[in-house]
Design a protein around this ligand. Structure first.
Ligand SMILES: [Zn+2]
Length: 521
């Protein structure tokens, strides 16, 4: 089923109306727009003309003919419009494949394999800790953020045991100081489960999924009131934990080997200023990891608008040189390609308007990082001390969650992580030359990799949101795209595995061309 956006759904009745009236004018059949004669024959058949007298037949045929004429008039302008659209020189058509590499890897994470019940059970356990404010107790097993850390670590250990010990569970303790810790150093902890990669080189690259297990009431410094935080962000934690279960189970079955390392994180300190995520960036650097991609899941448990399920939103920040491209944008495009357009709604901005999240410290460091968030947030349920005011109930309770939607988000994260961790390394030093020439020249570098089939050069019109041309080439080096303008297109290159998994694309950097006047000085 194709998911609809809440805002486009409102337009649907109107569209359906026009389709209905068109069908009526031509008879009961839904006529194919390109074959009116066959359609007329079908309508004639349906109206039982064989048994009619000739006068009735003529009237009926006239009605059908009239219907077709009306349809023709309705269709003509759009047909004429299509004919008028001509492409400018070297303008790529929609989705063109110029060279053929291995077909994209098949999906392996089925929706039925997602254990939504366990996800909801974990959310309930976290809510039962009362508050998970980062500055609440780390030592009380019943109330406070330490209670939540215990539940998450226990669940990761359970999953690790079930996968034959493939997952390594780490509780990372550190300190941080921020405005929302009253300028004092406070203790914090993150919980990680690590599934090490199998490839000698690629295991130092890590793909991570993260949710934050801290929560907050209306006053971000008040440890005494409840802060259930079911959606914000026990939901994201449950996605991270379920991804650990799904992917370690696949690894244990021997069906899937991840070349890169996958890290499943539950971090604290988000509400006090993204403290846990900022620490995680440093922790990964210290451990010698390269970040291949970071998937932040924050507020992913509800889908309240009618017509659910809708697509989950996927936010990615802009690039610095060419506005439309950045490592984070390429990660978003890769995820959409893996999970499908009916699952992912890309949003080309770093986060919701005027807001932020744990992917931000990663993307600010130039690393590929994106944020998953539900399609339509309810602000009465976010950052609110539980209460009822003027008949309105405030508070982030588990009863408002939509487990079916939550399960979809877990599937989409897991499948994206799986394919990215099975792909070869993304190419580096992708350079575009060919200014003031009719051709584009692309060059890039890549480490030796016996599992790699080759590369895809991607390009598109500057106004397109997605790559439209895919050209497979077997080796790195310099490739000339004859007659493809460097002015009118954006370019990128990605690596393709023999297994069909694609790396995220690396957007091209422009060659540095100094102005002649500068050269003379
Ligand atoms: Zn949050």
């Amino acid at each position: 089923m194709v998911a609809q956006n809440p805002e486009t759904r409102a337009r649907l009745p109107e569209m359906q109306g026009s389709v209905r009236s068109r069908s009526k004018s031509a008879g009961k059949s839904a006529c194919a727009t390109f074959d009116l004669l066959e359609c007329a024959a079908q309508v004639t058949e349906e109206r039982g003309l064989k048994t009619m007298k000739s006068g009735e037949k003529n009237k009926a045929l006239m009605r059908v003919g009239f219907g077709i004429a009306i349809m023709g008039l309705m269709l003509w302008p759009s047909a004429a419009q299509t004919q008028r659209v001509s492409h400018d020189p070297a303008e790529p058509q929609q989705r063109t494949e110029r060279g053929h590499g291995p077909a994209r890897m098949m999906k392996a994470v089925g929706r039925q394999s997602v254990d939504t019940k366990s996800m909801v059970a974990l959310i309930d356990q976290l809510v039962a800790c009362g508050t998970r404010l980062t500055i609440s107790s780390w030592t009380d097993p019943k109330r406070g953020i330490g209670c939540a850390r215990d539940k998450i670590a226990a669940r990761f250990e359970e999953i690790s045991k079930a996968s034959g010990g493939k997952l390594q569970v780490v509780v990372d303790k550190f300190e941080a100081t921020a405005e929302r810790t009253s300028g004092k150093a406070v203790p914090l902890e993150n919980v990680y489960a690590i599934l090490p990669g199998t490839d000698e080189t690629l295991k130092k690259t890590v793909f991570l999924v993260s949710g934050h297990f801290d929560s907050r009431p209306s006053d971000v410094m008040d440890v005494n009131v409840d802060a259930p935080g079911a959606d914000d962000d026990a939901s994201g934690v449950s996605v991270s934990v379920e991804c650990a279960r799904l992917l370690s189970k696949l690894a244990a079955s021997g069906k899937t080997g991840y070349r890169a390392t996958i890290l499943f994180a539950a971090v604290s300190g988000e509400e006090q200023g993204l403290l846990g995520a900022a620490h995680l960036v440093e922790w990964l650097k210290e451990k010698g990891y390269t970040v291949g991609g970071m998937l932040d899941d924050d507020i992913v448990g509800d889908d309240p608008a009618a017509g659910a399920p809708h697509r989950v939103r996927l936010f990615s920040g802009n690039g610095e040189i060419e506005d439309a491209d950045s490592p984070s944008r390429e990660l978003a495009r890769a995820i959409e390609e893996i999970d499908g357009r009916d699952a992912i709604r890309m949003v080309f901005r770093v986060d919701r308007y005027g807001r932020g999240g744990d992917h931000y410290p990663f993307s600010r460091a130039g690393l590929p990082a994106v944020r998953f968030t539900e399609p339509l947030e309810n602000y009465d349920h976010q950052h609110q001390t539980p209460r009822t005011e003027n008949g309105v109930e405030y508070g982030d309770f588990a009863k408002y969650l939509n487990p079916a939607f939550l399960g979809n988000v877990a599937r989409d994260n897991a499948e994206a992580l799986r394919q990215l961790a099975m792909a070869p390394a993304a190419p580096t030093e992708v350079r575009l030359k060919g200014a003031v020439t009719p051709d584009a020249k692309l060059s890039w570098k890549a480490e030796e990799d016996a599992e790699r089939a080759g590369f895809e050069i991607l390009w598109r019109e500057t106004t397109e949101t997605r790559w439209t041309v895919y050209d497979f080439v077997p080796s790195a080096g310099e490739h000339v795209l004859k007659g493809v303008s460097t002015d009118n297109h954006f370019f990128a290159v990605r690596a393709v595995g023999k297994n069909g998994a694609r790396s995220i694309a690396t957007a091209s950097q422009p060659e540095v061309r100094r102005a002649p006047s500068i050269d003379k000085k």
